[in-house]
Every structure is written in C-alpha cells, then in structure tokens.
Design a protein around this ligand. Structure first.
Ligand code: 7RM
Length: 661
C-alpha cells in the first residue's frame, strides 16, 4: 500500500435526513428499556451473555460466560464463551421446534427458478431429513471434527447438509457455487476435507451451472476427499466415478430419521468459511458452536423484531456468512419460516424478486445494496405490479448503501411503512454488530447507526488516538463478543496479524468509519486492499496473483473503480513478458483465466496492457495513481514526485482501455 490516505476515510459533506420511528410515551418506554439493556450489557457482560445463553438448548447449560485475552505484545489472542457448556447446534434449530409447538410449522419454503418449483419442509420434516443425511455421513465414515465441504446451489439440501454436519459434530465448509474449480480445490485442500457434498447442477438465469463438472475438475488434485455425495437437483446427466461418487437420494432413501445429536463443547468448531483478505489466498474463518449460535439467534430476533408468523427472506447464498447466520442458524434457532430462492433475482424479468415477495407473502426482507440498485435501475413499474403489503421490515448488508438507493427501498418497496435495518458486520464477527433497532432509533439513510448490545466501537486515527466527531478513521471493536471468530484455520499468527496488530489490544475491522454529531456510525468502506464488488469481498492480491500465474503476464495491479450497481468493480493493469504481444484475444484469455482461477465475481471490468506500472523508487506500485487513471480522474493524480519514472503515467493515460461491455 502506498502511504497516501485511503479514500475510505474521506467524509463527503451531505445533509443528513432523519426518519423517526414513532414518538410518544410508548416509544419513550421502549427507548428507556433499550438504554437500560445496552448499559447492562456493557456494565456486566458476563451476566448479560450468560443470561442470553438461555435462548438456545443445552445438554449441559454453561456456568461460564465470555472470557478472553487480548495481548498483542505477547501475541496472545484467545476467546472462550460458555466453555463448560455442552450442546448440539441442531437441537436448538430443529428438535426443540419439531418436538414442540412448531412441529407442523413451515421451516423452509424453497422457490426454484421455475415458478412451479416449490418445496416446503415443516420443522419435523426438516429434522427427519437432516437426521437421514447425518446418518449417511456417518456411514461414509465421517466423525466429529472431520471437515466436510459443501458445494451446492441454493436448494434445501444446502441447509440440510450444513445441519447434518453439525448433527454429527463435523465441521462444514461451504463453498459458494459461483466459485471456480480451482477455488473449490484450494478450500478443500486447506481444510483437508474428507467428504464433498455437491449437486449435478444448479440453475440461474435460465442457465445450467455445472457444479459436478467443476467439482470433478477440483478433485483431480484434492487427495483428502474420499467420498462425493451428489444431489440430483436438475435432470442434467453427469459422469459418476465409482466408488467415490454416490447419489444423495440413493444413500438417504433407506436411512433412519433418527440420529442422536453429537454432544459438543460450546468451543468445538461449528464451521470454517473462507473469506478474502488483503494478502494471499482466502483465509478459513473458524467459528465455534455456543457463542456463535447464541449471538446469531439474539441478533436475528432483535434486529428484525421477529414475530411468530413472519415469512422471512434473506437473499444471501449459504456460501456467504450472511447465509450461514441469517438464512440458517439464526432464523432456525428462532423457529422462523425461511424462504429460499435458487434463481436469478431478475429472471425471467425484473419483477421476479417482488413476485416472490407477493406469492409467498414475505414479511421481512433482507438483502444487499447492490441488489437494491439493480432492481431500482429497472424502474418503479416492476414493484408496483405486485402486492408488497405483507412486508413490514427491510434490511441490507454487505456494503455501504447510498442514500438514493435507501430512499427507493424505503419509499417504493417499503411504502414508507417499513423500517430499514442497515446492518454492519463481517464473516469474522459472526453476526450483526452495528445496526439500528426497529422502533428505537431514528433511521438515517446510509448510517448503520449504533453498536448492538454488548458491543463497543472506537474509531482510531493512524497514530492510535481516537477520532473526533465527523472525523474518519479505522473502525475498531474494543471488547470481544460471543460470536467472534476464534482463529484462522491453521494460521493463528495470521489471525493475530490481521485483526490485532494495526491497533494493539483491539479488533481492527478493516473498514473506515466516522461518528456524526448524534453519535451515530457511518461505515465508509474498506481501508485495506479488499474490494467490495456487489457485496462480495475480493482481495486485490488474489486477482493479481491469478493474473501473474498466466504464462504471458509479468506483473499485474488491480484497483477498485466505482460502479453504479455493484458499488465497486475491478480495473486491471497488466505488463506482459518480453516478446509477448498485447492483443484483444490475449485480453479475453486473461479475463477467462481469472474466471477459471477464482470465479466470475473476480473478473475485472477493464484490463489495460501497460509497458510499465507506476512505482515508487523503492519499487512499490502506486495504486492511488492507477485508481485515478482507471476512474478517469486525470486532473487528480496527486503527488507524482515520488515516482521512479514519471513518464509511465503519460503512457498509461494514452493506453487506458474502456470498460468491457
Ligand atoms: C456480512 C458481510 C464484510 C465487509 C465489511 C464492510 C462491508 C458489510 C456493511 C458493510 C457498509 C454495511 N460479511 N459491509 N456490511 N459496509 N455498511 N452495512 O458482508 O465478510 O463478506 O464482508 O463488508 O466492508 O468489512 S463479509
């Protein structure tokens, strides 16, 4: 990184709008109760979190609460929560509902891309199917602590497979179905997974997603995988390799629906989820069982003010943390009815998302700003065609929401009736840490508002001092919470370096942030070399290394550029090996190479061949300059005096390629 301040701490002056959430004496009472709870959670976190443990089921309830040590100097960062508690996450998510008043309640409504493809599972049916799948995994030799990779489309079996792993104490690692074979292979190998659960294919935007073909490709060099379980999700034929591959339906059809839940310590791992950072390959974020589940359930209930008859739709894929916490663990622990939609949000037309809300009478809708902007770009006619009167609560997550998109969401989708919860959190935090609470806070378009119960945020300057009002700095969390990631799989040193060294003895999130005059928080975007493309985290180093891996490429730099729908997109600058000629065909080959190395979400929106990259005399690529060139801000190149060869910039300005269509 060059030393110039990142764009993510610049605060743009703008009028702040306020959307009050009720007034009057009832509101005063609610506000008082809320403030008392915040105070209690901060004054006596042990009591607060131990009390919250009661919201889930235990085989042996904990007597211990949250303990931790944050000592950067000694390089000790450790956490435990409910360390003497024994539980299995699935009894809270399944059995207690299936054995109680929610036995016939719908747990999952699955909507396929074809309107007629709808499947429903009651809590009893879901519990039975999870047990069948868990028995299958046992029969294939899976044991407590084994890693099992899941590479599925957004179908009920994705949830079933995750919970089946949890049932037997295996650690699931879900890989998003949009990732390439190579990405899947890297994750399987890093986690040393024994079993892979995949599908013959998925469906999106009318196209077939050939997951099994990609899985076969990944498994050519993934020696730890002994078995592949294949869900027949479409009619597409795929090759099956004997004895490695098994059809899910063949294995489950004769299995018992009884599978005793494995007793797990609260600190036993529940899952690993890979996420991009500023260096190297994606890191395996490890979450444990008790603290994660309690906080998932608590935040889901409180942020969305969940009610018994809600139909709840979080549009995230289970391949991301939002899918783990707010499609699977949080809502199922709370006994909610969860909607799952496999297909594209604008397929076969831009009304599809609203059609689904109408058809299934969705009451709580939680999505990403990029989807709101995409749907907004198609105009107000589409949502107005459908009955959205069942909606009562909206949410967004994944990137800063621009006030224009917020207002459209509020006015056109929520008809000014539905509060919008702008929720800030990360794969590493496990659950929502900053969000308004409905009926409590006045909403402000673009602000994630306040830390959740038990959470304390500080905004720090590069020298470690605390920022003043409306001063941008690094968002840090100054005390732990039950659902914080415990480590990066196999690399605890990296865990300490990434989150606990920039500012000693606090958790540094990697985001810019400021506090306004009311004390509300505004997230400004990443401060590190992580780019947020359509709500997906992509490390620039990852894409650069994919490009440099190509035989023809000598050097590559990736910088973010603004994108009206995706928030950010990637611009690539590439220098070629001596003797290689830059051609349009080579450019296409390189873009394809990124697609197969990582996946479609990492493909740059523009690629410029450059004879050289702008570097400092010490050899660091000056990304700031590339960013200005990529954005077309050529009057705003800033200080170029530290460049080793200022002539490079003029050449780049001449060569800069427009965006790919
Ligand atoms: C849940 C999730 C985390 C990064 C985070 C931020 C950005 C997430 C918001 C947001 C502004 C928000 N996990 N981010 N939520 N930025 N406002 N409400 O997205 O690990 O994939 O990404 O996403 O930069 O650090 S994640």
């Amino acid at each position: 990184m060059d030393a110039t301040p990142s764009a993510a701490i610049e605060i743009l002056a703008h009028e702040i709008e306020r959307f009050p959430q009720n007034t009057g004496s009832e509101h005063d009472d609610r506000l008082k109760a809320y403030q008392a709870e915040v105070e209690q959670s901060l004054a006596d976190p042990n009591a607060y979190w131990l009390n919250q443990a009661n919201r889930i089921e235990w085989m042996r309830p904990p007597t211990q609460s949250l303990t931790y040590e944050w000592n950067t100097e000694k390089r000790i960062i450790s956490h435990t929560c409910y360390a003497d508690g024994i539980l299995n996450a699935t009894t809270s998510c399944l059995d207690r509902h299936a054995n109680g008043e929610r036995s016939e309640k719908t747990a999952i409504i699955w909507q396929g891309e074809e309107s007629a493809d709808v499947r429903r599972y009651t809590y009893t049916e879901l519990r039975d199917e999870v047990c069948r799948c868990a028995n299958v995994l046992k029969r294939l030799g899976a044991k407590k602590g084994d890693r099992i990779a899941i590479y599925l489309p957004l179908i009920p079996e994705a949830i079933i497979a995750m919970l089946a792993c949890a049932r037997i104490g295996a650690i699931h690692t879900v890989v998003f179905g949009g990732f390439s074979a190579e990405s899947l292979r890297d994750r399987i190998n890093n986690a040393e997974a024994r079993i892979l659960i995949t599908a013959n294919a998925g469906r999106r935007n009318g196209k077939v997603i050939p997951l099994k073909t990609w899985a076969d490709e990944a498994l050519r060099d993934a020696p730890t995988i002994a078995h592949v379980v294949v869900v027949r999700s479409t009619s597409d034929a795929v090759p099956m390799t004997s004895p490695r591959d098994h059809w899910y339906s063949d294995l489950t059809s004769n299995e018992s629906t009884i599978c005793e839940p494995e007793p797990m310590n609260a600190e036993d791992p529940l899952f690993i989820l890979y996420t991009s950072g500023s260096t190297g390959k994606p890191k395996g974020v490890l979450h444990t069982t008790g603290g994660y589940l309690v906080q998932a359930a608590l935040s889901h209930e409180r942020v969305f003010g969940m009610r018994e008859d809600d139909v709840y739709w979080c549009t995230a894929d289970v391949g991301w943390i939002t899918g783990h916490t707010y499609v699977v663990y949080g809502p199922l622990a709370n006994g909610s009815t969860v909607l799952l939609y496999e297909g594209g949000p604008t397929y076969p037309n831009p009304g599809r998302t609203w059609d689904i809300c109408d058809t299934h009478r969705v009451t709580v809708f939680y999505t990403a700003p990029t989807l709101i902007r995409l749907l907004m770009s198609h105009g107000d006619e589409w949502p107005s065609t459908f009955n959205l009167s069942t909606l009562r609560m909206l949410g967004c997550v994944g990137e800063p929401i621009n006030p224009e998109a917020w207002r459209w969401y509020f006015d056109i989708i929520g008809k000014k009736r539905c509060p919008i919860m702008d929720t800030w959190w990360q794969t590493e935090t496990g659950s929502i840490l900053i969000s308004p609470l409905a009926g409590i806070h006045d909403l402000k378009p673009g602000s994630a508002l306040r830390p959740f119960f038990g959470i304390e945020a500080a905004i720090l300057k590069p020298d470690g001092s605390v920022c003043g009002t409306k001063e941008g700095g690094a968002l840090c969390l100054t005390r732990p919470w039950p659902g914080i990631t415990r480590t990066l799989w196999g690399d605890h040193e990296k865990f300490i370096d990434t989150y606990f060294t920039a500012n000693p003895n606090v958790y540094t999130a990697g985001d810019g942030c400021y506090r306004d005059e009311d004390g509300d928080l505004w997230i400004l975007g990443r401060l590190d070399d992580v780019v947020n493309v359509a709500g997906h985290r992509i490390g620039t180093a990852e894409v650069e290394s994919a490009l440099v891996n190509h035989d023809t490429v000598a050097e590559a730099a990736i910088v973010p550029i603004r994108d009206p729908i995706k928030g950010q997109a990637l611009a690539a600058f590439v220098t070629l090996m001596d003797g290689v000629t830059a051609t349009p065909d080579l450019k296409q080959q390189l873009l394809l190479h990124v697609r197969t190395s990582i996946g479609p979400i990492a493909v740059p929106a523009s690629l410029t061949f450059a004879p050289a990259l702008p570097k400092t005399r010490s050899g660091k690529i000056m990304r700031r300059i590339l960013r200005a060139i990529a954005e077309g801000n050529t009057n705003d190149l800033g200080d170029v005096s530290t460049l080793a060869d200022p002539g490079v910039v003029d050449t780049l300005l001449r060569l800069k390629e427009p965006r790919n269509s």
